[in-house]
Design a protein around this ligand. Structure first.
Ligand SMILES: [Zn+2]
Length: 449
């Protein structure tokens, strides 16, 4: 008896020790400093284009996935460009899934123009983390994972499967990353119902969410004309022909800018038209020939068209006014992304309460103490377009408020308080999405319950 009770006392002590040890490990894992240092670790991996350390980033993400007991898969649609796909299986596997997307690459840096080295992830006395990728978008990728860590620790189990994709190459167009994923058989099998992707930081307290983005049209117009002596005045020279086009392009541009300045339309809803290069003249090693009118002149124009605009009538305007054959002009598109999806519908996601994914997002943000501004059209492009092109609803959202917009800029930063708050926002969103099941879907999947 004596011996037995001694043993059980020892056992109790041992169990208590184990319990305390477990709690301590968990608390350490979940402490703010541990969360921040995991973020710093990801930021310190130099994934800047054009030579991103993709495998280092992949290994880091895989180690995080392992610590969270998530299923993982490394896919190389293109050699040396690993894409990491993680899966948190839902209780009802037949329910369509939710995809949380983020890209692993970042834009290049000019280190000498930064106050702190862009890959040191230095934290200043105000709690700002300085690094390339703090806003665009290593923050988001890590916040998804930290939110899942929180949900798992709270005992939450998803009803619907949640996937996370960490894709390469977004900063160079995304064709070899999200572009390939969206077209793949793997994606087909994932049965994705909704995609969450990156948004933009907000300088005030309202988070920003994007339901669409403008489609780029990179236009090159070329004019030809009779060459001639620089002293001769005559009609139909290449430069004159090009200048006439430039005049009408400029007046169109001014009309769009006026609407923007007058507040008639927000930036995402106007068609932006910007001349990016002009080329003419006959060159010599010492400069241009001054007494010769060239026979060719060309201009490059970056045009961005919102899905709410009529792309066809713009193309007509280009053919008839900006580069008319009657004025010896030709044009070509270096890039032309359609504003409609593969079903011919405008590539946008409904951003009101009639769309349950929007409704859930809005409510989840509010219940976590966040505020959401009016839904916007992103003025630039993101990977979300590849999913919208398939007809899938996708929202661009980064939980970054009260922060200056510094993505692609020097001294990109994010305050650690804002980062931590963003994790709670995502925990609320992921919980809502992963719990959501439409009645019809549940009935269809009842045999699994
Ligand atoms: Zn980005």
């Amino acid at each position: 008896m004596q011996l037995q009770s001694e043993l059980s006392t020892k056992n109790i002590f041992f169990l208590c020790f184990l319990f305390l040890f477990f709690i301590t490990v968990k608390t350490t894992e979940n402490s703010s400093s541990a969360i921040i240092s995991r973020f710093q670790e990801y930021l310190r991996i130099n994934t800047a284009q054009p030579n991103p350390s993709y495998y280092e980033a992949a290994n880091f993400i895989l180690s995080q996935a392992k610590s969270l007991s998530l299923e993982s898969q490394t896919i190389e649609f293109v050699k040396n460009k690993p894409l990491i796909l993680l899966k948190w299986p839902g209780k009802i596997s037949k329910l369509p899934s939710v995809l949380l997307n983020s890209h692993t690459d970042v834009v290049p840096v000019e280190s000498h123009k930064w106050v702190h080295h862009p890959f040191d992830a230095h934290i200043d006395s105000d709690g700002n983390i300085h690094a390339r990728g703090t806003q665009d978008m290593k923050s988001v990728g890590m916040q998804y994972l930290e939110a899942i860590r929180k949900l798992k620790d709270s005992g939450f189990e998803p009803t619907r499967t949640v996937y996370l994709s960490f894709v390469p190459d977004e900063e160079i167009g995304g064709l070899d990353g999200a572009g390939k994923l969206a077209e793949s058989e793997i994606f087909e099998k994932m049965n994705v119902a909704f995609v969450l992707d990156e948004g933009m930081p907000s300088p005030n307290e309202n988070y920003r969410a994007y339901y669409a983005e403008r489609s780029p049209m990179w236009l090159v117009i070329k004019a030809t004309g009779a060459p001639g002596h620089g002293a001769k005045l005559y009609d139909n020279t290449a430069v004159e022909n090009l200048l006439k086009s430039i005049e009408s392009i400029r007046s169109f541009r001014a009309s769009q800018l006026d609407m923007l300045k007058a507040g008639i339309k927000p930036e995402g809803e106007v068609i932006s038209v910007n001349m990016v290069y002009l080329k003419a003249g006959t060159q010599t090693p010492n400069g241009f020939v001054m007494n010769l009118q060239p026979s060719e002149a060309e201009a490059g124009i970056d045009i961005r068209v919102p899905p709410t605009a009529d792309q066809k009538s713009l193309e007509k305007r280009i053919a008839e006014e900006w580069a008319p054959a009657a004025r010896n002009m030709t044009f070509e598109f270096k890039l032309k992304v359609p504003v409609v999806d593969k079903f011919g519908k405008p590539a946008l996601t409904v951003a009101d309460n009639s769309n349950p994914w929007w409704d859930l997002l809005e409510k989840a943000i509010h219940s976590a103490g966040g505020k959401l501004g009016k839904a916007e059209i992103n003025i630039g492009t993101t990977d979300a377009r590849y999913f919208r092109q398939r007809g899938l609803p996708a929202i661009g959202f980064s939980p970054i408020a009260n922060t200056p917009l510094l993505l692609h800029d020097h001294n990109e930063l994010l305050n650690q308080r804002e980062y931590l708050k963003g994790i709670d926002i995502y925990a609320s969103i992921i919980r809502a999405y992963a719990s959501y099941a439409k009645e019809t879907e549940t009935i269809a999947s009842r045999d699994e319950l």
